[in-house]
Write a protein that binds this ligand. Sequence first.
Ligand code: MLT
Length: 330
Amino acid sequence: MKRLLVLAAAATAMFANAQAQTFPGSRAVTFVVPFAAGGPTDRVARDLAEAMRKSMGGGANFVVENVNGAGGTIGATKVAKAAPDGHTLLLFHIGMAATPALYRKLQYKPLEDFEFLGMINEVPMTLIGKPQLPANNYRDFENYIRANAGKLNIAHAGLGSASHLCGLMWQSAVKASEAMTTIPFGGTAPAMNALVGGQVDLMCDQTTNTVGQIEAGRVKAFAVTTAKPLSGNKLLKDYPTLQEMGLKGFDLTIWHGLYAPKGTPPAVLTQLNNALKVALKDPDFIKKQEGLGAVVVNDKRVEPAAHKAFVAAEIAKIKPVVEAAGKFAD
Ligand code: MLT
């Protein structure tokens, strides 16, 4: 019996090695994006797919599949339960750390059900309003919010999403929580359409999705969520930080990472992580991301262990905040 077990283990290892040698082969590698197409997470995924196609020598095919809903947890669940063969990956943001606190019946455990492939970027957020909103700077905007308590609404991409978290943090910082109705969408792409159309009043969203709309004058911007002004971005450098507007300690940046189902062969994980690291140094990828206000990660967090440690720290940071607020998604 012991001999059989050894043989079986050897056979499994040999199969995994054979699998790794042929990975990815002709089958595409799918990035599951847990939000709607056209939004900020989708944008990062499509730019990264292009860069990883190049970094894996053109033979590999990377595609994006949008599986949205429930603040990103539906897409994440799909990958947690997918075959651990390297062909189904999850590209997710701070929601990976926030959803375990907000969803008590989550069908996955981020630190147990996934392999960590490395961090990708960090994206500031912007507080924006519909074009008709009668305010042209943050002070007038905040006064308008106070003067119209209970009459305004704020859009987001589902409980636990980045836009939801930012909206929650801002409303509690300005003590306007009771003032606004929250309107969920499957992502900030559809939410942005509603904002540009004037169907919703305001939103907090990632610069990768707002820069184009602000530049075109289709939405009004009032402030950025980072601790420091975005002096490196020609469009965003003139917007104040929320801290400069008196919201002490307000500092929110959205990070994105790449994940594989638990049990994906180590050799496949190494191939994917190597391809990711090369892609993160790709000048085209960097230029695209920086043009949209994002910063591409180039520190130890591109390594799986440091990526996992970072997410574990974020989970530990967010959990008590959510529990203190006592607002859960389920
Ligand atoms: C999106 O891609 O739609 C966003 O990342 C959603 C969000 O978390 O706000």
